[in-house]
Design a protein around this ligand. Structure first.
Ligand code: GAL
Length: 395
């Protein structure tokens, strides 16, 4: 009897224990991902939009943002998939006595809420910038010790995207500071894309996936081939950290800002698409050329970037200044980019076997938007200096 009840008791206790353990495991497994689960929805594919910094620096205003919003709609950028209108540094000037962030009253006379409403009224989304340290990089008030308060304020304005920089953060640990924003976003109840911008400090790809939706992997891009290519071509190997809801960010686009040649901008855009990078245009959308539009709005290149499989591409071959990168796509095909980083036109051969493609493969040129037919074993293209031939390879 005693034995029996003891057995019975221990059976019950064991069942409870199993239940509690299962519950514990469930909570452990899910709670760090609660924010990530929420955030996956807001960035299931790499975010696309526009940001003020690369072209306008501190010269931001209500008028600029409204005009850019209009231009994103009228040029077709919105239909092409660009949805965020993001104000970078310099919109904030001080803090009120209760700590609330104060918007520059000269540049944004009606405040942020009406501006966010305007952006939303055009079917677009609205983003702002802050800094996890004591000041922003342009010495505006940072969010240090105001993390939850600032996120609450942004949510009350209707902010959909927040980029959080890392200037004036001496003695602070990004792995301690950034989760404060993640938790504040989760608490705000508003779906907000969380962009971590600490330039690769402390390998954000290792803690970024459970903290934010994207994390900068390097220092700032500038509108020069050397800057763009140095950033882009050194991203190899980071793909394993990226996926739906959490992306490596090699920085915003410079396409159309005038400092690179046409072929160099094609390389920029194709490389970012292969890298599953966020596509945040950084040019003046109001006055962009047809050439710039064709680069930023090529639907087939955007489709590679936004591919639902969410697998970042990698380098499969290189020799001297030549590199081939591939990215597997949801429909079973692959995007393959043949890059020439050299100073004169050179031939590059894509060997189908080397990328696991069938010996007889269908090729499409994504920049030309032209089928190249069914090709056997390999394909050789002449690639211009600093240029790219961007292909889709399918069965
Ligand atoms: C940098 C950041 C840039 C831009 C700038 C604004 O730290 O990487 O993308 O936001 O600050 O001051």
């Amino acid at each position: 009897m005693n034995d029996g009840s003891a057995r019975k008791f221990s059976k019950g206790a064991a069942a409870t224990l199993v239940l509690l353990t299962a519950l514990g495991l469930f909570l452990c497994a899910t709670s760090p991902h609660l924010a990530a689960a929420q955030s996956t929805n807001v960035a299931a594919t790499p975010p696309m939009g526009w940001n003020s910094w690369n072209k306008f620096g501190c010269n931001v205003s209500d008028r600029l943002i409204r005009e850019m919003t209009d231009a994103i709609v009228s040029t077709g950028m919105k239909d092409a998939g660009y949805q965020f209108v993001n104000i970078d540094d310099c919109w904030q000037v001080s803090r009120a006595a209760d700590g609330t962030i104060v918007v520059d009253p000269d540049r944004f006379p009606s405040g942020m809420k009406p501006l966010a409403d305007y952006v939303h009224s055009k079917g677009l989304k609205f983003g702002v910038y802050t800094d996890a340290g004591r000041m922003t990089c342009q010495k505006r008030p940072g969010s240090y010790e105001h993390e939850a308060q600032d996120i609450k304020t942004y949510a009350s304005w209707g902010v959909d995207y927040v980029k959080i920089d890392w200037c004036y953060s001496d003695g602070l640990d990004p792995e301690v500071q950034y989760p404060k924003f993640r938790d504040a976003i989760a608490q705000s109840g508003r779906p907000i894309v969380f962009s971590i911008c600490n330039w690769g400090v402390k390998a954000p790809w290792t803690w970024g996936p459970h903290t934010g939706n994207l994390w900068r992997t390097t220092g700032d891009i500038s509108d020069k081939y050397d800057s763009m290519s140095l950033i882009g071509f050194t991203q190899n190997g980071l793909g394993k950290f990226a996926g739906p809801g959490h992306w490596n960010d090699p920085d915003m686009l410079e396409v159309g800002n005038g400092g690179m040649k046409h072929d160099e901008y094609l390389t920029h855009m194709a490389l970012w698409a292969i890298l599953a990078a966020p596509l945040l245009a950084g040019n003046d959308i109001r006055s962009m050329s047809e050439e710039t539009k064709a680069i930023l709005m090529n639907p087939e290149v955007i489709a590679v970037d936004q591919d639902a499989k969410g697998v970042q591409g990698h380098r499969v071959w290189d020799e001297g200044p030549l590199e081939i990168w591939v990215r597997p796509l949801a429909d079973g095909s692959q995007a393959a980019a043949l890059f020439n980083r050299g100073e004169s036109a050179l031939k590059i051969t894509l060997d189908f076997k080397a990328i696991g493609a069938p010996a007889s493969a269908k090729l499409r040129d994504l920049w030309e938007r032209k089928d190249l037919g069914t090709v056997q074993n390999s394909y050789t293209a002449e690639v211009p200096k600093h240029g790219v031939v961007f292909l889709k390879v399918s069965k």
